[in-house]
Design a protein around this ligand. Structure first.
Ligand code: FES
Ligand SMILES: [Fe+2]
Length: 397
């Protein structure tokens, strides 16, 4: 999208949001949707969904800016699999199982760093940045081996729009443009690869669906976030664009109504709306205040009632002055409070409520269209064996 198209896209969102603001409406579906509570509790179903949705579809695994140069690596465990992500000498990001091919030792235990090669801590087999086995300690005493078949085990890994995407159960190349569809250009326009990583933290949260439901609706913003992010936005006002399973949520800022009396040529739409980009199944990017943004990667835990979130706060530039540093700190503290002390605290209580057996089903209102869409796509993929494409006719961006 060129900059004129981008402006028109934002203008259109501001128009749609303003209309809702003036009419006190929001984007809605035709009907309330119900979901049997087993979708949240049944461990067998959870394991099947975890395998299908998180192992065989592409998921967001890391940010490109975490691996800025060749030799930069990070380790992470996803679905209890130890992974090693590294940028090779050729500049390409790759993902491997962080497991030595000799006898299974963890190749790299540090969380992140920069190296020229990886040397296994058990018997010093050495791998290069592309995962090739390049040498073995005392190889003449060990015996001959074909190194070409003993490189680190690769996973599907593709870098697109500033995100490193992974598939955990295959090493096949992922066609991310196909997977993202119309969401691709929206994501690319965020230019995430050029932001500065200000803070990274890990949060324990409620189950996968309880967690994601919270990222996908605005209905709770006034009540839950009145003292944090809700101060800046209008509760229960949502403009939704769906691209198959991926969704862009637009919220109105408190100043939105001021556009009513302003000629359109004077509008600065981004000052009056806030965007949340949600890529199925586990990525949420939320531009909350102009120069700062929150990126959340949600990973399902071993059981249905727990998740781990990698939460990043980004600044558009490296904060240098005291004022810039303070602004970045304030933003980071606010989103931590909003997510950990508000959303996740509430979500963990929901988990207790689910166990207590009060609900046989959950309800997704007409005003929660993104939650409805998310759950429909879970069902869609569970009905499909292997394919990760989705019907482009469903793209309503
Ligand atoms: S297990 Fe890695 S060198 Fe032996
Ligand atoms: Fe929330």
């Amino acid at each position: 999208m060129d900059s004129a198209d981008q402006r028109e896209d934002m203008m259109d969102l501001a128009r749609r949001a303003l209309a809702h603001c003036l009419n006190q409406t929001t984007d809605t579906t035709e009907t309330i949707m119900t979901m049997p509570i087993e979708a949240y509790t049944d461990e067998k179903r959870y394991q099947a969904e975890r395998n299908r949705i998180f192992s065989s579809l592409p998921i967001a695994g890391a940010l490109s800016i975490e691996l800025p140069r060749p030799g930069n690596y990070k380790t992470i465990s996803i679905l209890e699999k130890p992974l090693l992500l590294v940028r090779g000498d050729d500049g390409k990001a790759r993902a491997f199982l962080n497991v030595c091919r000799h006898r299974g030792a963890r190749i790299c235990e540090a969380e992140e760093g920069v190296v020229k090669k990886f040397s296994c801590p058990y018997h010093s087999w050495v791998y290069d940045l592309q995962g090739n086995l390049t040498s073995r300690y005392a190889a003449n005493t060990f015996g001959d081996l074909d190194h070409s078949s003993l490189g680190l085990t690769p996973l599907g890994c593709e870098e697109e729009a500033g995100i490193i995407w992974l598939t955990l159960d295959s090493s096949e190349q992922i066609d991310m443009k196909k997977w993202l569809g119309g969401m691709h250009e929206k994501l690319a326009s965020l230019d995430l690869g050029n932001w500065h990583l200000f803070k990274k933290r890990e949060l324990e949260g409620p189950g996968w669906k309880v967690t994601m439901d919270g990222y996908l609706e605005i209905y709770h913003h006034n009540t839950v976030h009145g003292r944090t992010v809700g101060q800046h936005t209008i509760g229960n006002l949502l403009v939704l664009d769906t691209h198959g399973p991926h969704q862009r949520l637009t919220l109105g800022r408190k100043s939105l109504k001021s556009l009513e009396t302003l000629p359109e040529e004077d509008w600065e739409p981004l000052e009056h709306i806030r965007l949340v980009h949600n890529c199925f199944p586990n990525l949420s990017i939320s531009g909350i205040l102009g120069d700062h943004c929150l990126v959340s990667l949600v990973f399902p835990g071993p059981t249905a009632d727990i998740t781990r979130t990698i939460q990043y706060t980004l600044a558009s530039d490296v904060p240098e002055t005291e004022t810039e540093l303070e602004a970045a700190e304030n933003f980071s503290a606010m989103v931590l409070q909003a997510v950990q002390d508000e959303d996740y605290r509430l979500g963990l209580l929901i988990q207790d409520g689910i166990k207590a057996g009060a609900n046989t089903q959950f309800l997704y209102g007409k005003n929660e269209p993104a939650v409805q869409n998310y759950h429909r796509w879970i069902d869609h993929f569970m009905r499909q064996e292997k394919d990760f494409s989705w019907d482009l006719a469903a793209d309503q961006g």
